[in-house]
Design a protein around this ligand. Structure first.
Ligand code: SAH
Length: 343
């Protein structure tokens, strides 16, 4: 039997454990500082704790539950890790370097149950949710790739899985980062991307935190969205937009709509018109993601010229549009691809 993962405990849970050992509750913050701030990799390195407490920690908890099964570095400095979890399942996470930002992309589930037809993560279906600690662990592993003075500045929850289908564990993991002893990474630097689960969007809004919401729209009408995002049949675009509007109203955070651009499938003039009709009246932002090729799948990037025409039509239609910057194109950049190759 493996030991429980220490990062599965929230700050107050760790404080309670410390008290149960006859220690002060504030020891929890000391322990957390070593884990989140000082990048140690064993309990014995926690030199401001007594030898007895360090021993107890080591007997009671695992500091990490995964091993790095693969690591890829792209020419632009993007790094991708494939982590093998205690039960041999694997998940991917990515570090992207820009001038003034260090953004990481993390996963919330092993596989995915949403079945979007262009996505590599869903090809093998859903295995299970990640625990809060397993989500935190991706952040810690990626943080340890940075040089001593660099820190993670932003998190996008856009890796494998549907984050809102594992909301309690995700919220626990993210809260841990911003509590005392954590990484000081606040909600406004974190973006959660969802296929669009209306009730869960409302639940996220009710947290009273400034998380950014990104909704994966991918089609401007239900007929096309049902084809590309099969779970849409049970939901429908109208319900999702309503929930996203409520999210904006409640949090004041402008919602981003993501739209994977699939050559010849969702990028014609009619789609641009319909999309503009949906979004131009909303305080929304559209982020186009040119299809990242997945060898098993029959969808393609539209190419620069076709994409330009689509963007121009959207902007004429009154939609603020950006195109997602490509990162790590020479490694298996599309989420789920590295895991797929290692199966
Ligand atoms: N389940 C969440 C997170 C998915 S990954 C969601 O649906 O939003 C983040 C984004 O990448 C989503 O918009 C997803 O649809 C998109 N995506 C998935 N596969 C892709 C691919 N091969 N090329 C481009 N974007 C892709």
């Amino acid at each position: 039997m493996s030991l429980p993962l220490i990062t599965d405990l929230a700050r107050d849970e760790l404080a309670q454990w410390c008290q149960a050992q006859g220690e002060h509750a504030y020891r929890a913050d000391q322990i957390r500082k070593w884990i989140f701030g000082k990048r140690i990799d064993n309990f014995d390195a926690m030199t401001d704790l007594s030898a007895a407490l360090r021993k107890k920690l080591a007997e009671s908890f695992a500091l990490f539950s995964s091993r790095v099964a693969a690591r890829q570095t792209a020419r632009d400095g993007t790094e991708k890790l494939l982590l093998e979890l205690a039960d041999k399942e694997t998940v991917e996470c990515v570090l992207m370097r820009e001038e003034d930002r260090r953004t990481i992309c993390i996963s919330t589930q092993v596989g995915c149950g949403m079945g979007c037809v262009f996505c590599a993560s869903g090809l093998l279906g859903l295995s299970r949710n990640l625990s809060a600690g397993e989500i935190v662990e991706q952040i810690l592993r990626l943080d340890r790739l940075l040089p001593p003075l660099e820190r993670i500045t932003n998190i996008v929850v856009m890796g494998m899985g549907e984050p809102l289908a594992n909301l309690p564990n995700l919220l626990k993991a993210l809260a841990s980062l911003d509590e005392k002893g954590g990484m000081g990474l606040s909600a406004r630097r974190i973006t959660i991307s969802t296929v669009g689960l209306p009730e869960k969007i409302r639940e996220l809004a009710r947290q009273g935190k400034a998380y950014n919401l990104a909704v994966s729209l991918h089609a401007p009408n239900d007929r096309l969205r049902n084809e590309l995002v099969p779970v849409n049949e049970r939901i429908g675009i109208g319900t999702i937009l309503e929930a996203a509007d409520d999210f904006f109203e409640q949090t004041g955070r402008r919602v981003t709509y993501e739209y994977v651009v699939l050559a010849g499938r969702n990028d014609g003039p009619e789609e641009a018109r319909e999309l503009a009709a949906l979004l131009s009246s909303r305080n929304a932002h559209l982020n186009l993601i040119p299809m990242n090729a997945v060898s098993e799948l029959p969808f393609h990037d539209p190419g620069a010229d076709r994409l330009r025409v689509f963007v121009d039509a959207l902007e004429r239609g009154g939609v603020t549009t950006t195109v997602r910057k490509r990162k790590g194109i020479d490694i298996d950049a599309a989420c789920g691809q590295l895991r797929l190759r290692n199966k």
